[in-house]
Design a binder for this molecule. Structure first.
Ligand SMILES: [Zn+2]
Length: 338
């Protein structure tokens, strides 16, 4: 039996007394989590069973300029603890291959094409490195530490400049054969619909993301519809939301349309994943009833069986900007225990 006599949250050692006067020292390994974004790289170190970082750094990624990998290594080294580290987890924009630890291509970081960031870091630091895309990691974090705690089947959607998703099915993160499962933003809602950021047409992202909402308003103004807004290529989803809250009929209609198509997408996800909770993150989901009232009625209308809706929880994400980092932490902890 080990009696823990010193378990300070920021102390890497547990001292235990074992048997007659013999003292054993248990080294508590740190886990490193990294969130790579288009504008910033964040890195943090954590002791077991805590989600408050013992050290943390946030640096500009200068993602369009060469040397992103070197800046990433420096960021990790800057928070490296004095004591043992067991694994590194990384949340990165995709598409990527989590099984190989490679970024396939990401518009945010042009110099990374088929870039083996996981194996490179693993060689550099001499540790296992686990990688997955930022939306999957946010979903994993919400399940482990946030709004989805205690659920076994969870669908997480983030709606901002794009739409991303993460799925927990039967207490497992859904990754898929190629590691590309749960690309929920690219669900086809109407093959003749507007162009999506990915180049295909009619994905839910092309109807319900912030830019899609703004684009619809611009199109309607150009064909003569009245609005307090002016046609403007720089128009943002937030400006449309502000106009809707002031009572602008076109802006309200734009959110009704976005919510309607979002409801169709979610009806599809219910039929595939049958979750007990839907969690919404991202800036556009902060608008509340403007989007969620039409979303809910569309979800009811399009759900194949009403039983999917019994006891279904619809929740806001709880972890905000930390979701990617905490998901990377959860991934590294999970995988290093397997
Ligand atoms: Zn798409």
């Amino acid at each position: 039996m080990i009696f823990i006599v010193n378990q300070q949250p920021h102390h890497p050692f547990l001292f235990g007394r074992h048997g007659r006067g013999s003292v054993i020292i248990i080294l508590m390994p740190f886990t490193i989590a990294v969130d790579i974004g288009g504008t910033h790289i964040r890195a943090a170190s954590y002791l077991p069973e805590t989600t408050s970082a013992t050290s943390h750094c946030r640096v500009r990624s200068f993602a369009n300029e060469p040397g992103v990998y070197d800046r990433l290594v420096q960021a990790i080294e800057s928070i490296w603890p004095k004591d043992k580290v067991n694994a590194i987890g990384i949340a990165s924009p995709g598409p990527l291959d989590p099984h190989a630890g490679s970024i396939l291509a990401t518009p945010n970081i042009p110099e990374w094409r088929n870039f083996p960031v996981g194996p490179n870091l693993s060689r550099h630091f001499g540790l296992p490195v686990y990688l997955d895309n930022d939306a999957n990691m946010a979903g994993l974090a919400e399940w482990q530490y946030g709004a989805g705690k205690g659920h076994h089947d969870l669908v997480y959607i983030t709606i901002s400049t794009g739409i991303g998703g993460g799925v927990i099915s039967n207490d497992h993160l859904l990754q898929g054969f190629h590691g590309m499962a749960a690309e929920l933003g690219h669900m086809i809602i109407d093959p003749d619909g507007p162009p999506c950021g990915c180049g295909h047409n009619g994905h839910v992202e092309s109807f319900s993301s912030g830019p899609a909402i703004a684009r619809y308003v611009n199109e309607q103004i150009r064909i003569g519809r009245q609005s307090s807004l002016q046609a403007d290529p720089m128009l943002s989803g937030q400006q449309v939301a502000d106009a809707a809250l002031r009572g602008d009929a076109l802006a309200i209609a734009a959110f009704e349309r976005a919510g309607y198509y979002l409801g169709i997408a979610l009806a599809n996800y219910l039929a595939i994943f049958d979750p007990s909770i839907l969690i919404f993150g991202g800036g556009v989901s902060q608008v509340g009833d403007l989007l969620f009232k039409p979303f809910e009625s569309s979800l009811r209308e399009h759900t194949f069986h009403p039983h999917y809706l019994d006891d279904l929880v619809i929740a806001k994400a709880a972890l905000g900007d930390d979701a990617g980092l905490l998901g990377a932490l959860a991934l590294a902890r999970m995988r290093s225990q397997e």
